[in-house]
Design a protein around this ligand. Structure first.
Ligand code: SAM
Length: 290
């Protein structure tokens, strides 16, 4: 343990009784917690996110599986996994799953407009960067469709359409994990993570946000004058599907949790880290407090 950690732990461990004479509430002091900001690859962050938000045994679909890099540190068999990608013939905008059948869904489509060009010659990741194109898209040019969104709007359009499918296939309070990166497109700052959070606000509660910072130093090709900071970080956003009947609720009530099979034998909730809210009063007796 570092000196700084030790000092921090000592400073927060207070064993003196409360002034009322009552014992201090239970709980351990620790620095062994999942953090919101990480330096390095996606895989360790993804593992932490699952640990925090998706209980073992859940059914989880990764709909842009790519090469499965996210799953590097997730032990096989921990979840019921459904892995698809456009490269295996499944479009994340048209999933082969029943309504409300998933506990969690992972979405990581191509995140930059340079991967949505109409010819491969114009696409990002040419020549010696071919591996980049292969890893971050399906490597194909985008078919020209009259009136279809272009550039960053094409990126956003794919996220939003996939979000519709996530909403359809997730059960209420299901977890939607989205990877994205902001970008400068047509000389405009496009904060993709903000655009997504705002667009989905009514359907998904944004429960958490993780920042992943790359270790190596990215450059800019043909820089004349720098206008925006070069992005060297990306995000994992964690959303919870709102219950359309009670959109202000952000976690299931005890009865809802039980009905969805989420309460384990000893009354421990297995769908997340928090206790369910107390069931609201029956209709007619009072309105629900959110
Ligand atoms: C950033 S990569 C995903 C990397 C992946 N998370 C991993 O860990 O390897 C983007 C992926 O989205 C896929 N993709 C692109 N358009 C898609 C679509 N409409 N439906 C499903 N997958 C799509 C690409 O084939 C590519 O594998």
């Amino acid at each position: 343990m570092s000196q700084q950690q030790k000092l921090w732990e000592e400073s927060i461990i207070d064993k003196t009784p409360l002034p009322s004479g009552r014992k201090r509430p239970a709980g351990e002091s620790t620095t062994n917690v999942v953090l919101s900001s990480h330096l390095g690859d996606n895989a360790p962050v993804f593992k932490d996110i699952l640990k925090l938000y998706v209980p073992e045994g859940s059914t989880i679909a990764d709909v842009t599986w790519g090469k499965g890099a996210f799953w590097k540190f997730v032990e096989e068999g921990t979840y019921k996994t459904l892995f698809t990608d456009i490269q295996s013939g499944v479009d994340c905008r048209d999933l082969p799953y029943e309504d409300g059948s998933l506990d969690a869904l992972v979405l990581d489509p191509p995140y930059m407009e340079g991967l949505f060009r109409q010819t491969t010659g114009e696409m990002a990741g040419g020549g010696s960067h071919a591996a980049f194109r292969e890893n971050y898209s399906d490597g194909k040019a985008t078919e020209h469709v009259e009136g279809a969104p272009k550039y960053h709007d094409a990126v956003l359009d794919l996220y939003l359409k996939a979000g519709e499918e996530a909403w359809r296939t997730l059960r209420n309070y299901g977890v939607f994990i989205v990877k994205c990166q902001d970008e400068v497109s047509a000389n405009r700052q496009r904060l993709t993570h903000v655009e997504l959070i705002n667009a989905w606000e009514e359907r998904f509660y944004c429960k958490d946000l993780f920042v992943v910072t790359r270790v190596n130093r990215p450059g800019i090709v043909r820089l004349v004058k720098q206008e925006h900071a070069r992005k060297n970080h990306s995000y994992f956003l964690v959303f919870v599907k709102r219950n359309p009947e009670f959109p202000k609720r952000i976690r299931p009530t005890a009865t809802e949790a039980k009905a969805m099979g989420l309460v384990a034998e000893k009354g421990v909730l297995t769908n997340g880290v928090e206790e369910p809210v107390i069931d609201p009063p029956k209709a007619g007796s009072a309105t629900e407090a959110s």
